[in-house]
Design a protein around this ligand. Structure first.
Ligand code: ADP
Ligand code: MG
Length: 255
Protein backbone atom coordinates (compact mmCIF):
# COMPACT_ATOMS: atom_id res chain seq x y z
CA UNK A 1 0.00 0.00 0.00
CA UNK A 2 1.21 3.51 -0.79
CA UNK A 3 2.34 5.24 2.41
CA UNK A 4 0.43 8.28 3.69
CA UNK A 5 3.53 9.61 5.41
CA UNK A 6 7.17 9.18 4.39
CA UNK A 7 9.86 10.29 6.81
CA UNK A 8 13.40 10.07 5.47
CA UNK A 9 16.66 10.70 7.37
CA UNK A 10 15.23 13.49 9.50
CA UNK A 11 17.57 15.25 11.93
CA UNK A 12 17.05 18.39 13.97
CA UNK A 13 19.00 20.51 16.46
CA UNK A 14 17.70 23.45 18.49
CA UNK A 15 20.00 26.45 18.48
CA UNK A 16 19.68 28.73 21.47
CA UNK A 17 21.91 31.29 23.16
CA UNK A 18 23.14 28.61 25.55
CA UNK A 19 24.21 26.34 22.69
CA UNK A 20 23.02 23.54 20.46
CA UNK A 21 20.65 20.73 21.53
CA UNK A 22 20.58 17.86 19.07
CA UNK A 23 17.05 16.44 19.36
CA UNK A 24 16.54 14.03 16.45
CA UNK A 25 19.08 11.96 14.57
CA UNK A 26 18.40 10.29 11.24
CA UNK A 27 14.77 9.25 11.77
CA UNK A 28 13.14 7.30 8.91
CA UNK A 29 9.81 5.47 8.79
CA UNK A 30 6.61 5.18 6.73
CA UNK A 31 3.01 5.21 7.85
CA UNK A 32 0.34 3.52 5.76
CA UNK A 33 -3.28 4.74 5.65
CA UNK A 34 -5.32 3.42 8.58
CA UNK A 35 -2.29 2.50 10.62
CA UNK A 36 -1.97 3.36 14.32
CA UNK A 37 1.62 4.00 15.28
CA UNK A 38 2.87 4.57 18.83
CA UNK A 39 6.15 6.31 19.62
CA UNK A 40 7.77 5.65 22.98
CA UNK A 41 11.02 7.00 24.33
CA UNK A 42 12.62 8.46 27.43
CA UNK A 43 11.46 11.86 28.65
CA UNK A 44 13.11 14.72 26.74
CA UNK A 45 14.35 12.50 23.89
CA UNK A 46 12.58 14.40 21.12
CA UNK A 47 9.10 12.85 20.80
CA UNK A 48 7.17 16.14 20.75
CA UNK A 49 9.80 17.57 18.42
CA UNK A 50 9.09 14.74 15.98
CA UNK A 51 5.32 15.45 16.02
CA UNK A 52 5.96 19.18 15.58
CA UNK A 53 8.06 18.44 12.50
CA UNK A 54 5.41 16.09 11.09
CA UNK A 55 2.69 18.75 11.42
CA UNK A 56 4.90 21.23 9.59
CA UNK A 57 5.29 23.63 12.54
CA UNK A 58 8.92 24.09 11.50
CA UNK A 59 11.09 22.40 8.86
CA UNK A 60 13.57 19.58 9.50
CA UNK A 61 17.21 20.57 9.36
CA UNK A 62 18.06 17.50 7.35
CA UNK A 63 15.89 14.94 5.61
CA UNK A 64 12.37 15.04 4.21
CA UNK A 65 8.82 14.60 5.46
CA UNK A 66 6.17 13.97 2.82
CA UNK A 67 2.45 13.44 3.23
CA UNK A 68 0.99 12.05 0.02
CA UNK A 69 4.10 13.44 -1.66
CA UNK A 70 3.69 17.00 -0.32
CA UNK A 71 5.58 18.42 2.70
CA UNK A 72 3.25 19.46 5.55
CA UNK A 73 3.05 23.23 6.17
CA UNK A 74 2.09 25.17 9.34
CA UNK A 75 -1.63 24.73 10.07
CA UNK A 76 -1.86 21.99 7.45
CA UNK A 77 -5.57 21.07 7.15
CA UNK A 78 -4.62 17.44 6.47
CA UNK A 79 -3.35 17.04 10.03
CA UNK A 80 -5.16 17.09 13.40
CA UNK A 81 -3.26 17.54 16.66
CA UNK A 82 -4.38 16.51 20.15
CA UNK A 83 -2.42 17.44 23.24
CA UNK A 84 -2.37 16.58 26.93
CA UNK A 85 -4.50 19.60 27.74
CA UNK A 86 -7.88 19.54 25.97
CA UNK A 87 -7.89 23.34 25.40
CA UNK A 88 -11.68 23.52 25.66
CA UNK A 89 -12.87 27.10 26.22
CA UNK A 90 -14.89 27.48 29.42
CA UNK A 91 -16.97 30.34 28.08
CA UNK A 92 -18.27 28.23 25.20
CA UNK A 93 -20.64 25.33 25.71
CA UNK A 94 -19.64 21.87 24.45
CA UNK A 95 -21.37 22.24 21.10
CA UNK A 96 -19.72 25.60 20.43
CA UNK A 97 -16.37 24.16 21.50
CA UNK A 98 -16.73 21.28 19.08
CA UNK A 99 -17.64 23.79 16.36
CA UNK A 100 -14.62 26.01 17.04
CA UNK A 101 -12.18 24.48 14.54
CA UNK A 102 -14.72 24.70 11.72
CA UNK A 103 -15.47 28.35 12.62
CA UNK A 104 -11.79 29.29 12.61
CA UNK A 105 -11.29 27.66 9.23
CA UNK A 106 -14.62 28.97 7.91
CA UNK A 107 -15.63 25.44 6.99
CA UNK A 108 -19.12 25.21 8.50
CA UNK A 109 -20.44 23.27 5.52
CA UNK A 110 -23.70 21.30 5.84
CA UNK A 111 -21.70 18.10 5.37
CA UNK A 112 -19.29 18.87 8.21
CA UNK A 113 -22.08 20.07 10.54
CA UNK A 114 -23.91 16.82 9.89
CA UNK A 115 -20.74 14.88 10.70
CA UNK A 116 -20.53 16.70 14.06
CA UNK A 117 -24.16 15.82 14.82
CA UNK A 118 -23.50 12.19 14.00
CA UNK A 119 -20.42 12.05 16.24
CA UNK A 120 -22.09 13.86 19.16
CA UNK A 121 -24.88 11.33 18.92
CA UNK A 122 -22.72 8.21 18.42
CA UNK A 123 -20.25 9.13 21.15
CA UNK A 124 -22.74 10.14 23.84
CA UNK A 125 -22.12 13.87 23.93
CA UNK A 126 -25.48 14.91 22.55
CA UNK A 127 -27.00 15.46 25.98
CA UNK A 128 -24.03 17.61 27.03
CA UNK A 129 -24.17 20.01 24.10
CA UNK A 130 -25.25 22.98 26.26
CA UNK A 131 -22.97 22.04 29.20
CA UNK A 132 -19.83 23.99 30.07
CA UNK A 133 -16.51 22.09 29.89
CA UNK A 134 -16.15 22.28 33.71
CA UNK A 135 -19.38 20.28 34.07
CA UNK A 136 -17.83 17.29 32.27
CA UNK A 137 -15.47 14.60 33.54
CA UNK A 138 -11.87 14.53 32.28
CA UNK A 139 -12.75 11.64 29.98
CA UNK A 140 -15.78 13.35 28.45
CA UNK A 141 -13.71 16.50 27.93
CA UNK A 142 -11.10 14.52 25.99
CA UNK A 143 -13.89 12.99 23.93
CA UNK A 144 -15.22 16.48 23.11
CA UNK A 145 -11.70 17.60 22.18
CA UNK A 146 -11.37 14.57 19.90
CA UNK A 147 -14.68 15.28 18.15
CA UNK A 148 -13.59 18.90 17.64
CA UNK A 149 -10.42 17.62 15.97
CA UNK A 150 -12.19 14.93 13.90
CA UNK A 151 -14.78 17.47 12.69
CA UNK A 152 -12.05 18.92 10.47
CA UNK A 153 -11.69 15.49 8.84
CA UNK A 154 -7.90 15.32 9.13
CA UNK A 155 -6.19 12.51 7.21
CA UNK A 156 -3.62 12.12 9.96
CA UNK A 157 -4.06 12.54 13.69
CA UNK A 158 -1.13 13.35 15.98
CA UNK A 159 -1.64 12.63 19.68
CA UNK A 160 0.98 13.95 22.11
CA UNK A 161 0.54 12.18 25.47
CA UNK A 162 -3.19 12.95 25.37
CA UNK A 163 -4.04 10.88 28.45
CA UNK A 164 -1.18 11.72 30.77
CA UNK A 165 -3.12 14.31 32.79
CA UNK A 166 -5.78 11.72 33.72
CA UNK A 167 -5.72 9.42 36.74
CA UNK A 168 -4.96 5.76 36.04
CA UNK A 169 -8.52 4.41 36.06
CA UNK A 170 -9.83 7.22 33.84
CA UNK A 171 -6.81 6.85 31.60
CA UNK A 172 -7.57 3.19 30.89
CA UNK A 173 -11.18 4.00 30.04
CA UNK A 174 -10.42 7.08 27.97
CA UNK A 175 -7.67 5.41 25.95
CA UNK A 176 -10.04 2.51 25.26
CA UNK A 177 -12.76 4.94 24.28
CA UNK A 178 -10.56 7.03 22.00
CA UNK A 179 -8.91 3.95 20.49
CA UNK A 180 -12.35 2.60 19.53
CA UNK A 181 -13.46 5.94 18.07
CA UNK A 182 -10.30 6.22 15.96
CA UNK A 183 -10.72 2.68 14.69
CA UNK A 184 -14.39 3.27 13.85
CA UNK A 185 -13.53 6.49 12.00
CA UNK A 186 -10.65 4.63 10.27
CA UNK A 187 -8.11 7.25 11.24
CA UNK A 188 -4.37 7.09 10.65
CA UNK A 189 -2.70 8.16 13.88
CA UNK A 190 0.60 8.63 15.67
CA UNK A 191 0.43 8.45 19.45
CA UNK A 192 3.36 9.68 21.53
CA UNK A 193 3.41 8.22 25.02
CA UNK A 194 5.87 7.20 27.71
CA UNK A 195 3.44 4.48 28.84
CA UNK A 196 4.54 1.13 27.35
CA UNK A 197 1.21 -0.62 28.10
CA UNK A 198 -0.74 2.18 26.46
CA UNK A 199 1.45 1.95 23.34
CA UNK A 200 1.00 -1.85 23.01
CA UNK A 201 -2.72 -1.72 23.74
CA UNK A 202 -3.46 0.88 21.05
CA UNK A 203 -0.90 0.52 18.28
CA UNK A 204 -0.27 -1.64 15.22
CA UNK A 205 3.44 -0.79 15.53
CA UNK A 206 5.57 0.71 18.26
CA UNK A 207 8.63 2.80 17.46
CA UNK A 208 11.15 2.91 20.29
CA UNK A 209 13.30 6.03 20.37
CA UNK A 210 16.68 6.20 22.09
CA UNK A 211 17.73 8.90 24.53
CA UNK A 212 18.46 12.33 23.02
CA UNK A 213 19.36 12.83 20.25
CA UNK A 214 16.63 10.33 19.41
CA UNK A 215 17.32 7.72 16.78
CA UNK A 216 15.05 4.74 16.13
CA UNK A 217 16.26 2.00 18.46
CA UNK A 218 13.72 -0.54 17.28
CA UNK A 219 10.35 -0.92 15.54
CA UNK A 220 8.04 -3.55 17.04
CA UNK A 221 4.95 -4.71 15.09
CA UNK A 222 2.20 -5.67 17.56
CA UNK A 223 0.26 -8.80 16.67
CA UNK A 224 -2.26 -9.99 19.22
CA UNK A 225 -4.45 -13.09 18.97
CA UNK A 226 -7.80 -11.49 19.68
CA UNK A 227 -11.09 -11.74 17.80
CA UNK A 228 -11.95 -8.12 18.40
CA UNK A 229 -9.04 -5.89 19.19
CA UNK A 230 -9.86 -3.01 21.52
CA UNK A 231 -7.30 -1.29 23.77
CA UNK A 232 -8.76 -2.84 26.94
CA UNK A 233 -9.01 -6.32 25.41
CA UNK A 234 -5.43 -5.99 24.15
CA UNK A 235 -4.16 -5.69 27.71
CA UNK A 236 -5.48 -9.20 28.36
CA UNK A 237 -3.99 -10.77 25.20
CA UNK A 238 -1.56 -13.67 25.75
CA UNK A 239 1.25 -11.86 23.87
CA UNK A 240 0.89 -8.61 25.82
CA UNK A 241 3.43 -9.40 28.52
CA UNK A 242 6.21 -10.48 26.17
CA UNK A 243 5.80 -7.28 24.13
CA UNK A 244 5.92 -5.32 27.37
CA UNK A 245 9.14 -7.03 28.47
CA UNK A 246 10.77 -6.56 25.07
CA UNK A 247 10.01 -2.82 24.94
CA UNK A 248 10.84 -2.37 28.63
CA UNK A 249 14.28 -3.94 28.12
CA UNK A 250 15.01 -1.79 25.10
CA UNK A 251 13.94 1.42 26.88
CA UNK A 252 15.77 0.52 30.07
CA UNK A 253 19.09 0.92 28.26
CA UNK A 254 18.38 4.65 28.22
CA UNK A 255 17.08 4.99 31.79
P1 ADP B 1 9.96 14.80 24.60
O1 ADP B 1 8.67 15.21 24.00
O2 ADP B 1 10.45 13.48 24.14
O3 ADP B 1 9.93 14.87 26.10
P2 ADP B 1 10.97 17.22 23.31
O4 ADP B 1 10.82 16.93 21.86
O5 ADP B 1 9.97 18.12 23.93
O6 ADP B 1 11.10 15.85 24.13
O7 ADP B 1 12.42 17.87 23.55
C1 ADP B 1 13.63 17.26 23.12
C2 ADP B 1 14.81 18.10 23.58
O8 ADP B 1 14.82 19.35 22.90
C3 ADP B 1 14.79 18.44 25.06
O9 ADP B 1 16.09 18.40 25.55
C4 ADP B 1 14.22 19.84 25.10
O10 ADP B 1 14.70 20.55 26.23
C5 ADP B 1 14.75 20.44 23.81
N1 ADP B 1 13.83 21.44 23.26
C6 ADP B 1 12.52 21.23 22.95
N2 ADP B 1 11.97 22.34 22.41
C7 ADP B 1 12.97 23.27 22.37
C8 ADP B 1 13.06 24.63 21.90
N3 ADP B 1 11.99 25.25 21.37
N4 ADP B 1 14.25 25.26 22.02
C9 ADP B 1 15.32 24.63 22.53
N5 ADP B 1 15.32 23.36 22.99
C10 ADP B 1 14.17 22.68 22.90
MG1 MG C 1 6.82 15.78 24.85
Amino acid sequence: MKPLLEIRNVSLSYHTVSGETKALSNISFDLIPGEFLAVVGPSGCGKSTLLNLICGMFPAEEGTILMNGIPPSPGDPRIGYMLQKDHLLEWRNIYRNVLLGLEIRREKTPEKLAYIEEMLDTYGLDKFRTARPSQLSGGMRQRAALIRTLALKPELLLLDEPFSALDYQTRLNVSDDIGRILKKERKTAILVTHDISEAISMADRVIILSARPAHIARIVPIRLSLDERTPLAARGAPEFKSYFNLIWKELNQYA
